[in-house]
Unconditional design. Structure first.
Length: 277
């Protein structure tokens, strides 16, 4: 069991050099160890900027980020970011790709034990010797997840890593990533445009507004155990989030609804069918 990190941002704002874009206003935020938090909002509202600052890849123009009480000034293998592209090396096998983080961090002595362990976690135990080019997009994203988990991160930062996947694969990965992070106690911060994805994965969602990026609303999603879009509590959280999104983005409800994949509005969804089988 990993102990997820406690994250605090104090007066964090960010202005990009050159063009002078004020990407973030003033963000004061606390994320508990092991919590799953979604950042949701329209394109350009500063979600990726905030995620980069939480990782230490960017430093805020003002304010600071504390991780377990210590100010961060650089990236760390204990805070891993995942992006839309799985970024695997096509000439390497699954297990070689999963071992890359360990190799770069001088931990290859752990590879023999860690690689099979994390491949089991992402349900690719039988794929260790396979070439990654022979895997589906969803399986490749699972390899990238295994590579991140091999480093025993305290924080996992996801920047829309599932947005290129089909609805069925996406639902399965949403469920599995949440489950794995909860089992291992990892703090999860997830950027998404998809309201349904936020309800599937997060304990709490922050709705952001743009110009400059700021937190406009906070919605708690207290659904225990695995989540299904057909659950009444799921529908309630989704409606609350759509209303907050509508208010933050200044858009009509119909437009906000378009951020919910259509398949999730009708039951049974792929996830419901998966659970039924
Ligand atoms: N490197 C950069 N230089 C200058 N401005 C930038 C840079 N990166 C982002 N911005 C600007 O900062 C603002 C926030 O960008 P950011 O990428 O954080 O938004 P986002 O919410 O992640 O958007 P999307 O949903 O489209 O990914 C935008 O106005 C963007 O144009
Ligand atoms: Mg972004």
């Amino acid at each position: 069991m990993t102990n997820g990190a406690h994250i605090q941002t104090i007066g964090v704002s960010h202005t990009y050099k050159g063009g002078g874009t004020r990407a973030l206003g003033q963000i004061d935020l606390e994320i508990c160890p092991g919590e799953a938090l979604a950042l949701i909002g329209r394109s350009g509202c500063g979600k990726s900027t905030l995620l980069h600052i939480l990782s230490g890849l960017s430093l805020p123009t003002e304010g600071k980020v504390l991780v377990d009480g210590t100010r961060i000034t650089e990236p760390s293998p204990s805070r891993i970011m995942m992006f839309q592209a799985p970024s695997l090396y096509p000439w390497m096998s699954v297990e070689q790709n999963v071992g890359l983080g360990l190799r770069f961090n001088g931990k290859m002595n752990e590879a023999g034990r860690r690689i099979p362990e994390v491949l089991e976690l992402v349900e690719l135990g039988d794929y260790a010797k396979r070439n990654v080019q022979d895997l589906s997009g969803g399986q490749q994203q699972r390899v990238a997840l295994a590579r991140s988990l091999a480093l025993k991160p305290e924080v996992l930062l996801l920047d829309e890593p599932l947005s290129a996947l089909d609805a069925f694969t996406r639902h399965a990965l949403q469920r599995d990533i949440r489950r794995i992070c909860k089992d291992l106690g990892i703090t999860l911060v997830l950027v998404t445009h998809d309201i349904n994805e936020a309800v599937m994965m997060a304990d709490r969602a922050l709705v952001m507004k743009a110009d400059p990026g700021d937190i406009e609303a906070e919605i708690r999603i207290p659904i225990s155990g695995d989540r299904l879009p057909s659950m009444a509590a799921f529908g309630d959280a989704r409606r609350e989030l759509v209303a907050a999104y509508e208010a933050a983005a200044g858009m009509a409800m119909a437009e906000a609804q378009s951020f919910i994949p259509q398949d999730s509005l009708n039951t049974p969804t792929p996830i419901d069918r998966l659970a039924a089988n």
